[in-house]
Design a protein around this ligand. Structure first.
Ligand code: NAD
Ligand code: ZN
Length: 346
């Protein structure tokens, strides 16, 4: 079958023929409906090597960690599932028996260091192919919902959802403001989730005006980049500052912006893996403001994200590419030319 393969460090992925996977014990084979292209894949093939990045992300493997599809075959020991049913895939794959995995948080698997991979599409073969084999415990049912538009929810939906849920205490109480920095695949869905599950006013920014226009269509108030940006954001909050900031870029200037507008007892979550740094001083940050990072989410949260999707409260905007055009999807992602999450539909 054809697949998009991360073939060697520091080079763009290649389209090539690979063996169709055979589902192992406890696994199912999915006919892939859609596989989203995430900016983290760009870090995998542009930045990581033997000395930088998680050791499990060693080439070669098939890319695609935002996957949805239809059951094509059940592996040994799997029953009670029906061939043809549509599922979204919870990507992270931990040991399956530690405390973190037992609560559905494979992202923080206590045995991750000895696992040969991190997730489907991150160290083991992912969904940018005609077929994908995954553990049955990673399946989240989609029912009648469209699996192609659902694919990005597996990461571009789940990651912001997890970060927002952890920030809910900062957003409770009325008159609260959230700020979303970076309005690409994850940031656009973050705006929708904040609107759906919090009463906060959502402020949003991006260096790309078209991305800001899309966030406005989802109900955000936007503030362009530039020297007056922090003051304009503070003005929108009535001078109190932003109670929860979500930085989907994560470079020095975006973390600095986040920390310059955060409110007393506010929370800044850096989601983007821009590898930025921030230096801290007692007198220069608001009291009890928190700065944290985050990684993906739990399978239980993915069920909640699917509920919001099926209720029409999250509507992922996607651009669909054929498998033959998958490399063009990554080119456009890197060039900032996409108008929605790129989904490869084989
Ligand atoms: P994307 O390319 O779809 O979107 C990035 C957006 O940020 C674009 O709209 C771009 O114009 C904007 N941007 C770039 N530089 C900016 C700046 N200086 N100021 C404001 N906006 C800027 O990327 P994505 O797939 O949405 O991923 C976003 C980030 O999140 C990436 O770094 C990705 O690796 C990371 N990520 C992290 C996790 C996690 O678990 N922590 C999960 C998935 C993705
Ligand atoms: Zn584990």
């Amino acid at each position: 079958m054809r697949a998009v393969v991360f073939d060697q460090y520091k080079s763009t992925p290649v389209l090539k023929d690979v063996d169709r996977p055979t589902p192992g014990p406890g696994e199912v084979l999915l006919k892939v409906a859609g596989a989203g292209a995430c900016h983290s894949d760009v870090a995998v093939y542009r930045e990581f090597d033997r000395d930088f990045g998680p050791p499990q992300l060693r080439p070669p493997f098939v890319l695609g960690h935002e996957n949805a599809g239809w059951i094509a075959e059940l592996g040994p020991g799997v029953d009670g599932l029906t061939v043809g049913d549509a599922y979204l895939v919870y990507g992270p794959i931990g040991c399956g028996h530690c405390r973190a995995c037992s609560r559905g948080q494979d992202t923080y698997c206590e045995n991750a260091a000895t696992m040969p991979y991190l997730a489907a599409g991150l160290g083991r073969n992912g969904g940018m192919a005609e077929y994908l084999a995954v553990p049955e415990r990673n399946l989240v049912p989609l029912g009648e919902a469209d699996p192609v538009a659902a694919a990005p929810l597996a990461d571009a939906g789940l990651t912001p959802y997890h970060a927002i849920k952890k920030s809910l205490p900062a957003l409770a109480g009325g008159g609260r403001h959230a700020l979303v920095i970076g309005l690409g695949g994850l940031g656009q869905i973050a705006v929708q989730i904040l609107t759906a599950i919090t009463g906060a006013t959502v402020i949003a920014t991006d260096v790309n005006p078209a991305a800001m226009a899309r966030a406005e269509a989802s109900g955000a108030v936007t503030v362009p980049s530039g020297p007056a940006q922090a003051a304009a954001i503070r003005d929108l909050t009535g001078g109190r500052g932003v109670h929860a900031v979500f930085d989907f870029v994560g470079v020095d200037p975006t973390i600095a912006l986040a920390m310059s507008v955060v409110a007393v007892q506010g929370r800044v979550t850096v989601v983007g893996i821009g590898n930025g740094t921030y230096s801290w001083n007692f007198y220069e940050v608001p009291y009890e403001a928190e700065l944290t990072n985050t990684y993906w989410g739990t399978i239980e949260e993915l069920y909640e994200v699917v509920d919001l999707y099926r209720a029409g409260k999250i509507v992922p905007k996607v651009e669909v590419f054929s498998l033959d055009d998958a490399l063009e999807a990554y080119r456009r992602l890197e060039a900032g030319e996409l108008t929605g999450r790129a989904v490869v539909a084989p």
